[in-house]
Design a binder for this molecule. Structure first.
Ligand SMILES: Cc1cc2nc3c(=O)[nH]c(=O)nc-3n(C[C@H](O)[C@H](O)[C@H](O)COP(=O)(O)OP(=O)(O)OC[C@H]3O[C@@H](n4cnc5c(N)ncnc54)[C@H](O)[C@@H]3O)c2cc1C
Length: 401
């Protein structure tokens, strides 16, 4: 049986669900295919998100408000207070997004892995899905690759069209445990240490009353061993009597966004496009907005009767105008911290302790919120410039001129 849609979305994470909703809102006939048996199933179960990523209809997925962050470098510790967004339960967050997409008219199929893209005359024209003995060809005008960057099935545009793969040296590996029986503590703990998390960090987030999320990300680590060692070696009072009850392994590319993020008949959004703020590994906000842009551009192109590479390039122009500078800045700052990470984070925490007015600017720079303004405040300090290296500082500030 051959089905035909205006837009086929591969992957039901935040990027895919936002794309499906936007495309359906624009009047497109939309099908979303998710490989897992449920939306929000195997995705990591918590995410720290800025306020603007949590629309009113998604609020019930909030499990903790972040008003306090404890920053730990090898030799220093500092508590910072402010409004730093919220922790959402991704299992519910993603299902609420699915409800929004369905309300707009998108069809959602679960347990439907996209195995191959249908390609003819150099253009993507649909997908091949296969699960067990069941297989189907589904034709579509535009395929939106929202498969994330986390496993062998993901990153369809990159692997199947551009014929490349993520550079393994530029993949941050991570693991996160949901810890049951954690002591009540509403603060976020962030640990910057090259011993446990080279070129990354470790964290403990609150998750409701009795749970916490403990995670780690770094380059060239074994994420399970690194997380076990981190939890075993650091005596964290909130985790003293806690046990892991779920694990979520993942990987994030830090080489920067794909260039290009589109080809004839296909657009990539979110993790699949490498749209990650590399400094902190945050990606939810970009996945939501880039998914939305992808859905809109796809339906505009279908309506105009031109889904060629030239027409879909509008997507790349729009997302780069909104986020290009942010994503490039995150990558530059991350690379600058890579040399002597421990000394630099010690120096940064010493500076923040001495200059409390820089504390919220640092938090915003770390999480990528209101980045241009936060960078101007933080990098006005000579000490901060030294931490991030003067050359990086000038290049980063140049991006926001
Ligand atoms: C451990 C970890 C912690 C993180 N913490 C945060 C955080 O606190 N805050 C934050 O903002 N970001 C965080 N991120 C990043 C964030 O998770 C991603 O940026 C975001 O999930 C990207 O959304 P997405 O929709 O592009 O991809 P994903 O959320 O990865 O969704 C992709 C979906 O596609 C499905 N899929 C994959 N292949 C196929 C296929 N072939 N066919 C059909 N379906 C397919 C997958 O099952 C999945 O449901 C974290 C990442 C990791 C790994």
């Amino acid at each position: 049986m051959v089905e035909r849609y205006d837009v086929i979305v591969a992957g039901g994470g935040p990027a895919g669900l936002a794309a499906a909703k936007a495309a359906a809102d624009e009047g497109g006939k939309v099908l979303l295919l998710e490989l897992q048996a449920q939306i929000g199933g195997q995705t990591q179960s918590a995410a720290w998100a800025p306020r603007d990523a949590i629309a009113a209809e998604l609020r019930e997925s909030v499990v903790a408000e972040v008003r306090e962050a404890r920053l730990h470098s090898p030799h220093r510790q500092l508590t910072v207070r402010g409004d730093f967004g919220a922790i959402v339960d991704r299992r519910l967050f993603d299902k609420l997004l699915a409800a929004e997409a369905a309300a707009s008219g998108a069809e959602l199929w679960v347990s439907c892995p996209v195995k191959e893209l249908l390609v003819s005359d150099g253009a993507v024209r649909g997908v091949h899905v296969e699960a067990g003995a069941w297989a189907e060809r589904i034709e579509g005008e535009v395929v939106i690759d929202a498969t994330g960057a986390r496993g062998e099935w993901s990153s369809l545009l990159l692997r199947k069209v551009l014929g490349r793969d993520w550079n393994r040296e530029q993949l941050v590996l991570s693991n996160e445990y949901m810890m049951a029986n954690a002591a009540a503590d509403q603060a976020v703990d962030l640990f910057f240490t090259s011993y446990f998390a080279p070129l990354g960090h470790a964290w403990v987030y609150p998750f409701g009353r009795r749970f916490a999320m403990a995670g780690i990300r770094g380059i060239r680590i074994h994420p399970d061993a690194a997380l076990d060692e981190f939890i075993g070696r650091r005596t964290l009072p909130r985790l003293e009597r806690a046990v892991p009850v779920a694990a979520h392994r993942g990987q994030l590319p830090i080489e920067g966004a794909l260039d290009p993020t589109y080809a004839s008949g296909i657009i990539a959004a979110g993790g699949a496009a490498g749209q990650i703020y590399v400094l902190s590994g945050e990606g939810l906000r970009y996945a939501l907005r880039c998914g939305e842009l992808a859905g809109k551009v796809a339906v505009d192109a279908v309506t105009e009767g031109d889904v060629s590479k030239g027409a879909l390039g509008e997507y790349e122009r729009r997302w780069r105008a909104e986020f290009g500078a942010e994503l490039r800045a995150g990558k530059l700052l991350h690379s600058a911290l890579g040399v002597s990470q421990d000394q630099k984070m010690d120096a940064m925490l010493e500076l923040l302790e001495a200059e409390p007015r820089l504390q919220s600017a640092f938090m915003n720079v770390f999480t990528g919120v209101e980045l241009g303004g936060a960078l101007k405040v933080l990098l006005a300090s000579e000490e901060a410039k030294r931490v991030f290296l003067s050359e990086t500082t000038s290049r980063v500030l140049e991006l926001f001129k």
